[in-house]
Design a protein around this ligand. Structure first.
Ligand SMILES: [Mg+2]
Length: 269
């Protein structure tokens, strides 16, 4: 633990689910710890979940007394990627959180009810695939048809499952796998964690160097791996997914990452 000195850190990046909230309810201690930390640090939440608008994520956290101003989701990364790549029209297999952000960024979202003519000249520039709890067979079919005819295949986040009060259910990664199987094509990019892209965007937005930031997450293969790739120090908090694992700080061949038992232990660093 001694490798991280909190006084050197200007920006703390938090995962949301399993770290600050569980099933939408604050994890005990999270509101107090955030209030304490934000006196001296910048705080941002970085979530792979594309289904809610960042403002909606922020409002839900604030409703739990977790006072967060800045939220980045994989849908923000999707809009950013489209702008950089000059992608102007998209077909979305995803929910409102993703569609709304794209439209706010002047990217035209074709919906399946528009009955896209599968004709080369009407093809969307890209198909963006995220978690979609409203998905129908038609939506999967249209997404596949567009990709087979030449639309680019872009994915929001790799999380195969999604924790719910009923247990694990299909997440974005499962939707991506279905489209990849149907088209025999892998997405050209998966934007969310562990892709370092989001971390780099956050560092730039806050104007801090990687060694002045700290990532706190519960899932090694997304939260922590992405931070390592972006050269940002990282900690695992032993709640959420981490709590279900025998060795939450170790994953494959990567070096062991420090584990703290609760968020409150952060204040002791
Ligand atoms: Mg999490």
């Amino acid at each position: 633990m001694s490798v991280i000195n909190l006084s050197d850190i200007k920006l703390i990046i938090f995962d949301a689910d399993g770290v600050l909230v569980e099933d939408g309810t604050a994890i005990p201690g999270a509101p107090e710890v955030i209030n304490q930390l934000r006196k001296e640090k910048e705080i941002v939440v970085f979530s792979n979940n594309s289904t809610r608008h960042p403002n909606a994520v922020r409002d839900r956290l604030i409703a739990q007394n977790i006072n967060i101003d800045q939220v980045i989701t994989s849908s923000v990364l999707a809009a950013d990627f489209c702008k950089k790549e000059e992608i102007q029209t998209v077909f979305v297999l995803g929910e409102h959180g993703l569609v709304d952000i794209l439209e706010e960024n002047d990217i035209r979202v074709k919906t399946w009810s528009e009955k896209i003519t599968i004709d080369e000249k009407d093809l969307p520039d890209a198909v963006i695939v995220g978690m979609d709890r409203t998905a129908t067979y038609d939506k999967f079919a249209l997404a596949s048809q567009c990709i087979l005819r030449g639309s680019r295949f872009i994915a929001t986040n790799p999380d195969k499952s999604f924790p719910t009060p009923r247990g694990l259910e299909p997440g974005a990664g499962s939707m991506i796998a279905a489209i990849a199987a149907a088209t025999e094509t892998d997405p050209e990019i998966i934007l969310g964690k562990p892709n370092p892209l989001g971390y780099e965007l956050i560092l730039k937005k806050f104007g801090v160097n990687s060694d002045e930031a700290l990532m706190i997450g519960d899932r090694y293969e997304t939260d922590i791996l992405g931070a390592i790739r972006a050269k940002i120090p990282a900690l695992i908090v032993n709640t959420g997914v981490a709590q279900t694992r025998d060795n939450p700080g170790k994953f494959l061949e990567h070096p062991k990452v420090p584990v703290i038992e609760t968020l409150a232990s952060l204040l002791d660093l």
